[in-house]
Design a protein. Structure first.
Length: 229
Protein backbone atom coordinates (compact mmCIF):
# COMPACT_ATOMS: atom_id res chain seq x y z
CA UNK A 1 0.00 0.00 0.00
CA UNK A 2 1.11 3.62 -0.47
CA UNK A 3 3.07 5.12 2.44
CA UNK A 4 0.50 7.88 2.96
CA UNK A 5 -3.08 8.76 2.02
CA UNK A 6 -4.68 12.15 1.39
CA UNK A 7 -7.26 13.36 3.88
CA UNK A 8 -10.83 13.08 2.70
CA UNK A 9 -13.90 14.96 3.86
CA UNK A 10 -15.68 11.80 4.99
CA UNK A 11 -12.77 10.66 7.16
CA UNK A 12 -10.38 7.73 6.88
CA UNK A 13 -13.18 5.17 7.28
CA UNK A 14 -14.27 5.89 3.72
CA UNK A 15 -11.12 4.10 2.54
CA UNK A 16 -12.66 0.82 3.71
CA UNK A 17 -14.92 0.72 0.64
CA UNK A 18 -12.95 3.03 -1.63
CA UNK A 19 -9.35 1.89 -1.37
CA UNK A 20 -6.38 3.47 -3.16
CA UNK A 21 -4.25 1.80 -5.80
CA UNK A 22 -1.24 -0.11 -4.52
CA UNK A 23 2.34 0.92 -5.28
CA UNK A 24 2.62 -2.17 -7.46
CA UNK A 25 -0.58 -1.27 -9.28
CA UNK A 26 0.55 2.30 -9.95
CA UNK A 27 3.79 0.97 -11.45
CA UNK A 28 1.84 -1.39 -13.70
CA UNK A 29 -0.47 1.40 -14.84
CA UNK A 30 2.46 3.66 -15.71
CA UNK A 31 4.08 0.81 -17.68
CA UNK A 32 0.85 0.40 -19.65
CA UNK A 33 0.94 4.11 -20.46
CA UNK A 34 4.57 3.89 -21.55
CA UNK A 35 3.75 0.91 -23.77
CA UNK A 36 0.90 2.85 -25.37
CA UNK A 37 3.27 5.76 -25.96
CA UNK A 38 5.77 3.45 -27.66
CA UNK A 39 2.99 2.14 -29.90
CA UNK A 40 2.23 5.74 -30.92
CA UNK A 41 -1.24 5.58 -29.35
CA UNK A 42 -2.83 8.90 -28.47
CA UNK A 43 -5.78 9.01 -26.06
CA UNK A 44 -8.40 11.63 -26.90
CA UNK A 45 -10.82 11.04 -24.02
CA UNK A 46 -10.60 9.26 -20.66
CA UNK A 47 -13.66 8.04 -18.77
CA UNK A 48 -13.28 6.44 -15.38
CA UNK A 49 -15.21 4.73 -12.60
CA UNK A 50 -15.52 6.90 -9.46
CA UNK A 51 -13.50 4.36 -7.46
CA UNK A 52 -10.28 5.98 -6.25
CA UNK A 53 -8.15 3.07 -7.45
CA UNK A 54 -9.58 3.49 -10.97
CA UNK A 55 -8.99 7.25 -11.03
CA UNK A 56 -5.41 6.72 -9.86
CA UNK A 57 -4.92 3.99 -12.48
CA UNK A 58 -6.08 6.38 -15.19
CA UNK A 59 -3.74 9.06 -13.83
CA UNK A 60 -0.70 6.78 -13.95
CA UNK A 61 -1.57 5.60 -17.47
CA UNK A 62 -1.69 9.23 -18.58
CA UNK A 63 1.65 9.85 -16.89
CA UNK A 64 3.19 6.97 -18.84
CA UNK A 65 1.64 8.39 -22.01
CA UNK A 66 3.08 11.82 -21.19
CA UNK A 67 -0.46 13.21 -21.39
CA UNK A 68 -0.82 13.99 -17.69
CA UNK A 69 -2.37 17.43 -17.39
CA UNK A 70 -3.17 17.52 -21.11
CA UNK A 71 -6.05 15.01 -21.06
CA UNK A 72 -8.58 15.29 -18.25
CA UNK A 73 -10.26 12.29 -16.60
CA UNK A 74 -14.05 12.28 -16.75
CA UNK A 75 -15.34 10.54 -13.63
CA UNK A 76 -18.44 8.54 -14.62
CA UNK A 77 -20.40 6.77 -11.82
CA UNK A 78 -22.17 4.70 -14.48
CA UNK A 79 -18.91 2.77 -14.95
CA UNK A 80 -18.87 1.46 -11.37
CA UNK A 81 -18.90 -2.30 -10.94
CA UNK A 82 -21.94 -4.43 -10.11
CA UNK A 83 -23.21 -2.94 -6.84
CA UNK A 84 -24.25 -6.38 -5.63
CA UNK A 85 -20.55 -6.99 -4.96
CA UNK A 86 -20.32 -4.04 -2.54
CA UNK A 87 -20.29 -5.16 1.09
CA UNK A 88 -22.74 -3.65 3.54
CA UNK A 89 -25.94 -1.73 2.95
CA UNK A 90 -24.60 1.40 1.26
CA UNK A 91 -22.41 2.37 -1.66
CA UNK A 92 -18.88 3.73 -1.16
CA UNK A 93 -18.49 7.42 -0.38
CA UNK A 94 -16.41 8.39 -3.38
CA UNK A 95 -14.16 11.43 -3.38
CA UNK A 96 -15.87 14.25 -5.34
CA UNK A 97 -14.12 15.37 -8.55
CA UNK A 98 -13.28 18.76 -7.02
CA UNK A 99 -11.41 17.07 -4.16
CA UNK A 100 -9.65 14.71 -6.57
CA UNK A 101 -8.49 17.70 -8.60
CA UNK A 102 -7.29 19.38 -5.40
CA UNK A 103 -5.14 16.29 -4.78
CA UNK A 104 -3.39 16.94 -8.11
CA UNK A 105 -5.33 14.33 -10.09
CA UNK A 106 -6.14 15.37 -13.67
CA UNK A 107 -9.91 15.28 -13.23
CA UNK A 108 -12.39 17.23 -15.34
CA UNK A 109 -14.42 19.11 -12.72
CA UNK A 110 -16.87 20.41 -15.37
CA UNK A 111 -17.94 16.97 -16.60
CA UNK A 112 -21.60 16.05 -16.06
CA UNK A 113 -22.01 12.25 -15.67
CA UNK A 114 -24.42 10.27 -17.80
CA UNK A 115 -25.39 8.24 -14.71
CA UNK A 116 -25.18 10.34 -11.52
CA UNK A 117 -24.41 8.69 -8.19
CA UNK A 118 -28.03 9.21 -7.14
CA UNK A 119 -29.13 6.76 -9.86
CA UNK A 120 -27.03 3.88 -8.49
CA UNK A 121 -28.78 1.43 -6.18
CA UNK A 122 -27.34 -0.99 -3.64
CA UNK A 123 -27.52 -4.66 -4.63
CA UNK A 124 -28.83 -3.97 -8.11
CA UNK A 125 -29.91 -6.92 -10.21
CA UNK A 126 -27.59 -8.44 -12.79
CA UNK A 127 -29.81 -7.22 -15.64
CA UNK A 128 -29.75 -3.69 -14.22
CA UNK A 129 -25.95 -3.70 -14.05
CA UNK A 130 -25.53 -5.04 -17.58
CA UNK A 131 -28.03 -2.54 -19.01
CA UNK A 132 -26.39 0.32 -17.11
CA UNK A 133 -22.95 -0.58 -18.43
CA UNK A 134 -24.25 -0.87 -21.99
CA UNK A 135 -26.16 2.40 -21.75
CA UNK A 136 -23.27 4.45 -20.39
CA UNK A 137 -20.79 2.95 -22.89
CA UNK A 138 -23.09 3.73 -25.79
CA UNK A 139 -23.63 7.30 -24.55
CA UNK A 140 -19.89 7.85 -24.04
CA UNK A 141 -19.18 6.72 -27.60
CA UNK A 142 -21.92 8.96 -28.96
CA UNK A 143 -20.60 11.90 -26.94
CA UNK A 144 -17.10 11.48 -28.39
CA UNK A 145 -18.22 10.73 -31.94
CA UNK A 146 -16.36 12.85 -34.50
CA UNK A 147 -14.38 14.56 -31.71
CA UNK A 148 -11.55 12.03 -31.41
CA UNK A 149 -10.42 8.58 -32.44
CA UNK A 150 -9.53 6.88 -29.16
CA UNK A 151 -11.52 6.65 -25.92
CA UNK A 152 -9.92 5.08 -22.86
CA UNK A 153 -12.32 3.61 -20.30
CA UNK A 154 -10.80 2.71 -16.93
CA UNK A 155 -13.13 0.70 -14.76
CA UNK A 156 -13.33 -2.77 -13.20
CA UNK A 157 -12.60 -6.35 -14.22
CA UNK A 158 -16.29 -6.95 -14.88
CA UNK A 159 -16.41 -3.88 -17.13
CA UNK A 160 -14.37 -5.59 -19.85
CA UNK A 161 -17.32 -7.88 -20.47
CA UNK A 162 -20.21 -5.68 -19.38
CA UNK A 163 -19.22 -2.63 -21.43
CA UNK A 164 -18.23 -4.39 -24.66
CA UNK A 165 -20.53 -7.34 -25.24
CA UNK A 166 -23.71 -5.57 -26.32
CA UNK A 167 -21.98 -2.92 -28.44
CA UNK A 168 -20.76 -5.89 -30.49
CA UNK A 169 -24.37 -6.81 -31.15
CA UNK A 170 -24.21 -9.82 -28.83
CA UNK A 171 -26.74 -10.73 -26.16
CA UNK A 172 -25.61 -10.66 -22.54
CA UNK A 173 -24.45 -13.89 -20.94
CA UNK A 174 -26.28 -15.27 -17.94
CA UNK A 175 -24.91 -14.21 -14.56
CA UNK A 176 -23.22 -17.55 -13.88
CA UNK A 177 -21.20 -17.50 -17.10
CA UNK A 178 -20.47 -13.80 -16.58
CA UNK A 179 -18.88 -14.44 -13.20
CA UNK A 180 -16.71 -17.21 -14.68
CA UNK A 181 -15.43 -14.80 -17.36
CA UNK A 182 -14.59 -12.15 -14.75
CA UNK A 183 -12.62 -14.65 -12.68
CA UNK A 184 -10.29 -15.26 -15.63
CA UNK A 185 -9.49 -11.58 -16.21
CA UNK A 186 -5.99 -10.57 -15.00
CA UNK A 187 -5.37 -7.79 -12.52
CA UNK A 188 -4.87 -5.16 -15.21
CA UNK A 189 -6.98 -6.43 -18.08
CA UNK A 190 -6.90 -4.59 -21.39
CA UNK A 191 -9.09 -4.95 -24.47
CA UNK A 192 -9.71 -2.85 -27.57
CA UNK A 193 -12.76 -2.30 -29.77
CA UNK A 194 -13.31 -0.49 -33.03
CA UNK A 195 -16.48 0.46 -34.88
CA UNK A 196 -17.29 -1.47 -38.04
CA UNK A 197 -17.94 1.23 -40.63
CA UNK A 198 -21.06 3.27 -39.88
CA UNK A 199 -23.20 0.37 -38.70
CA UNK A 200 -22.98 1.28 -35.01
CA UNK A 201 -21.70 -2.24 -34.30
CA UNK A 202 -18.29 -2.67 -32.71
CA UNK A 203 -15.86 -5.57 -32.69
CA UNK A 204 -12.99 -6.65 -30.48
CA UNK A 205 -9.57 -6.16 -32.05
CA UNK A 206 -6.00 -6.84 -31.02
CA UNK A 207 -4.89 -4.29 -28.38
CA UNK A 208 -2.12 -1.90 -29.43
CA UNK A 209 0.15 -3.31 -26.71
CA UNK A 210 1.01 -6.74 -25.37
CA UNK A 211 -0.71 -7.86 -22.15
CA UNK A 212 1.03 -7.04 -18.88
CA UNK A 213 1.41 -10.15 -16.73
CA UNK A 214 3.14 -10.86 -13.45
CA UNK A 215 2.48 -14.55 -12.98
CA UNK A 216 5.05 -17.32 -12.73
CA UNK A 217 7.09 -18.23 -15.80
CA UNK A 218 6.42 -21.96 -15.99
CA UNK A 219 8.98 -22.42 -18.73
CA UNK A 220 11.74 -21.39 -16.31
CA UNK A 221 13.09 -24.08 -14.00
CA UNK A 222 14.80 -22.42 -11.06
CA UNK A 223 16.44 -25.74 -10.12
CA UNK A 224 18.74 -25.32 -13.09
CA UNK A 225 20.44 -22.56 -11.13
CA UNK A 226 21.67 -25.22 -8.70
CA UNK A 227 23.36 -27.31 -11.38
CA UNK A 228 27.15 -27.17 -11.47
CA UNK A 229 29.26 -27.54 -14.58
Amino acid sequence: MPPSLPARSGGHRDYDKDCPITVFGSTQARLVGEALLESHTTIDFVYCSPSLRCVQTAQHILQGLQQDGKTKIRVEPGLFEWTKWVSGTCLPSWIPPAELAADNLSVDTTYRPHVPVSKLAVSESYDTYINRSFQVTREILAECNNLGNTVLIVAHASSLEACTRQIQGLTPQNSKDFVQVVRKIPYLGFCACEEMGETGVWQLVDPPILPLTHGPNHSFNWREMLMQD
